[in-house]
Design a protein around this ligand. Structure first.
Ligand SMILES: Nc1ncnc2c1ncn2[C@@H]1O[C@H](COP(=O)(O)OP(=O)(O)OP(=O)(O)O)[C@@H](O)[C@H]1O
Ligand SMILES: [Mg+2]
Length: 262
């Protein structure tokens, strides 16, 4: 089982969009996936057509069993039309109560302890996080194998990225005390990219100068992404022939390649 977390302390950079697409895409590719909405805004919950509810809170604070908080998402909602489905996607929902988790859990290993129950039954756990750092993030770091940082090619998104990296380094120091090994940075994904703008192309160059091969090819800004969010479907289910769908699936395959389930 691999635990992958989407992080950037700047809001609106594409964390939820990428987390929901990677989760659904990994299921399309045949894996057993749990998408965890760890943001009180509950956007990953809503994007999967579920009502906001305290799923993660119930799991971590009320100690409910996974079977009571994991929603099975019907494949018709996210599969590529006409292609057979062998994977499965489950979502653990969120609502405003997620904000209270950090104050209510007794130790930093809560997330890690609970999710280790899924080993053997699930291939990927994907965490979508809130842009506001909290003690819940600290607990998620202790359970995380790999991080993906979505970022816009804009100054404030880079600032959020730098803050996120600082927090990862602090979390790594904590992990080292427990011999937990290194968190892998899978990549930095430039999102909502506009080729035509000097700002975006200059900032992408700067990102590559600083982070080299960790920077993935940019996801281009296209209206189909917001339309897909409105329809509560991934782009590859809604419009499989579009460039956005192909870009989304190439991200999914890149994640598979970078993890043991290649
Ligand atoms: N490639 C893209 N092209 C156009 N719009 C996009 C693209 N990627 C994401 N969006 C849109 O940008 C908005 C913000 O994306 P998203 O909600 O994924 O960001 P976020 O980082 O999760 O935000 P928050 O920090 O508030 O949780 C959404 O309306 C989404 O549909
Ligand atoms: Mg989000």
């Amino acid at each position: 089982m691999k635990v992958i977390t989407f992080l950037n302390e700047k809001g609106g950079v594409g964390k939820t969009t990428l987390a929901t697409h990677i989760a659904a895409g990994l299921a399309v590719r045949g894996h057993r996936v749990v998408l965890v909405d760890a943001d009180p805004q509950g956007h990953a919950t809503v994007m999967n057509g579920l009502p906001k509810e305290p799923g993660l809170y119930d799991l971590l604070v009320r100690d409910l069993p996974f079977k009571d908080v994991m929603h099975f998402i019907p494949p018709e909602q996210y599969q590529i039309p006409g292609q057979p489905m062998t994977g499965r996607l489950f979502v653990i929902a969120s609502n405003i109560e997620t904000r209270n988790i950090a104050n209510s859990i007794s130790d930093a290993f809560s997330v890690s302890d609970r999710f280790s129950e899924l080993k053997g039954a699930i291939d990927y756990v994907i965490f979508d996080t809130s842009p506001t750092p909290s003690l819940l993030h600290g607990s998620i770091y202790l359970a995380t194998d790999a991080i993906i940082y979505p970022t816009k090619c804009e100054y404030l998104s880079f600032d959020g990225l730098v803050e996120s990296i600082k927090h990862r380094q602090a979390a790594q120091a904590h992990r080292d005390k427990w011999n937990l090994g290194d968190i892998q940075v899978l990549g930095i994904v430039p999102t909502m990219y506009r080729h035509q703008t000097v700002e975006h192309s200059e900032n992408l160059k700067e990102l590559k100068r600083q982070f080299g091969d960790l920077v993935w090819p940019p996801v281009i800004q296209r209206t189909i992404w917001t339309e897909a969010a409105t329809m509560r479907q991934p782009v590859f289910a809604l419009a499989p022939e579009t460039k956005a769908a192909k870009e989304a699936l190439s991200l999914v395959d890149r994640v598979r390649k970078a993890t043991v389930y290649a």
